[in-house]
Design a protein around this ligand. Structure first.
Ligand code: 13P
Length: 261
């Protein structure tokens, strides 16, 4: 059976409400020819755009995600957004532990774990992001870093819940302006470490079912090669996806490759 492809973008702190809706509309029309049984297409815009974007996303068969979420349902937490508030917007996916949350806003693995558990409790799909920094890579401890981010971040989740979990491998040194995309061999090795760790946590069958996406300077040149590597089930794209036309070109390329893979 043809494996499903997971392709999506996080628009970070770019795109206003109006820009997000227009982007979803355009992306939806440009990818209408692609069978959504083969493609899980997702967009993770800013919180303020979620409500307005929900209807368009649904009409265009695009899964909508949130960039972050509080682990508390309510309380005195100025500036936080609760899972109950996200439920109202029709969001299905919640990005947890993005490298920018970890490294700019100081979130750690214990915090990510609380968010993963809260997301599952509210029937969202947590997209847990993991990845080593440049200095951890230089020290040669990337495997250990990934293993502990997964073991702590997914602590107390069950193989049954694992059906709803997605993982993104996003090496910190590869992300954003100034980032260097990971080579395919390196990314593939890290995805294998992640897969082995997921098998350890959940057992073979449940661990094998979890999609593992690669993110970090994915572009029109490297996307094809990355998607063909073992254990890379999808791509999580920033800058190269923010123009709907370019994103659609990447998506079509990947779908073509995977159909003949
Ligand atoms: P870039 O593709 O711009 O490096 O961003 C990747 C990312 O952070 C996706 O969440």
């Amino acid at each position: 059976m043809q494996k499903k492809l997971y392709i999506g973008t996080n628009t970070k702190m770019y795109k206003t409400i109006r820009q997000t809706v227009a982007f979803l509309d355009e992306l939806g029309s440009l990818t209408r020819d692609i069978d959504r049984n083969l493609l899980e297409l997702f967009v993770i815009p800013s919180y303020t755009a979620l409500d307005a974007a929900a209807r368009t996303a649904q009409a265009q068969a695009i899964t909508l995600g949130a960039q972050n979420m509080s682990w508390e349902d309510e309380g005195q937490f100025t500036g936080e957004v609760s899972p109950l508030m996200l439920e109202e917007t029709g969001v299905r996916l919640v990005c947890i532990g993005h490298s920018e949350r970890r490294h700019i806003f100081g979130e750690d693995d214990e915090v990510e774990n609380k968010k993963v558990l809260a997301a599952l409790r509210h029937h969202f799909t947590p997209l847990l992001c993991v990845g080593e920094t440049a200095s951890q890579k230089e020290l040669g401890i990337q495997n250990e870093v990934l293993r502990s981010q997964l073991k702590v971040g997914l602590h107390d989740t069950s193989p049954e819940q694992a059906r709803h979990i997605w993982i993104a491998y996003e090496p910190v040194w590869a992300i954003g302006v100034g980032g260097t995309p990971a080579g395919v061999m390196y990314a593939s090795r890290m995805h294998t470490v992640i897969r082995q760790t997921l098998r350890e946590i959940y057992g073979g069958e449940a661990g094998d079912r979890i999609p593992i996406l690669y993110g970090g300077s994915v572009n029109n040149m490297n996307a094809r090669e990355l998607i063909q590597a073992p254990d890379i089930d999808g791509l999580f794209i920033g800058r190269s996806a923010w123009d709907a036309d370019n994103f659609s070109r990447i998506i079509h390329d990947l779908v073509d490759i995977c159909l003949i893979k």
